[in-house]
Write a new protein. Sequence first.
Length: 302
Amino acid sequence: MDLLVVGSIGFDSIETPHGKTEKQLGGTAVFCSVAASYFTKVGMVATVGSDFPEHHVDFLKSKNVDLTGLTKLDGETFHWGARYHHNMNRRDTLFTHLNVFEQFSPEIPQAYRDTPFLFLGNIAPSLQMHVLDQMTAPKIVALDTMNFWIEGTPDDLAKVLRKTKVLLVNDEEAAQLTGEGNQLKAAKAINKMGPEIVIIKKGEHGAAMIHDNEYFYAPAFPLDQVSDPTGAGDTFAGGFMGYLAKASRIDKGTLRRAMVFGSAMASFAVENFSVERLRHLVSDEIDQRFDAFHEMVSFERE
Ligand code: AMP
């Protein structure tokens, strides 16, 4: 196993200007592991309820996601509902039924504990810490978090950040975490909290990586229709971490390519609802999109 992903798995009910779905497969761990599975061997630690359909499990297995760490508890599966505005950078959460996710206490199977790459999806920082406590010595820990934890449990978050190498946040979260509206200043402040590599996600405006006093920018791929932005951030993280785990190193060139693979994977995820676009995605399409990114941002000096 090269990459371990810990996070939510469940049902999403989503409404966007382009359609509406009910109880489709979702969750941070799902988007991230499916995206990463195109690059590396991934294992997932998450929990579902007794109502979770076997065909979703079969789908994850078809992507070679190792499910030793997937537990089934008595009760209903996590269910999240959201509605996107006409401007799809904005959404309202309609409901969050935590259900069995409320009892989630990530127990890392023995066989996963020495996994070198670890992605801690957006869950309570105390649970993220609980995962870290069980790992032998992960080489790269990447972490996602959100305003809820930044405001609610700042001390727990500070502890996890000290052990984190890569922080992925959106621009608002970076500002909230540091009190700095300027992204470079925010990134410097985050460096002091622990993470050396700061990735600031900007939705349809791409993502920036600030590392070693250098700024790298990966645009979002221009699409004529974004059907459902749900999971874009986690899919980005999956492409990013999956590629790093495959390369097994973190030099500048590898990190920059990882950013572009992250952006490429996210661009596929948003083309359709749930994981529908990722379901039948093939590696050639990823390579073609990677080349299209290269073309999009390259120019010659006069
Ligand atoms: P994103 O669009 O990257 O924010 O991720 C959306 C995914 O996060 C959806 O598939 C949801 O199922 C999942 N999600 C939403 N709220 C929560 C929560 N409170 N805890 C864990 N996962 C969540």
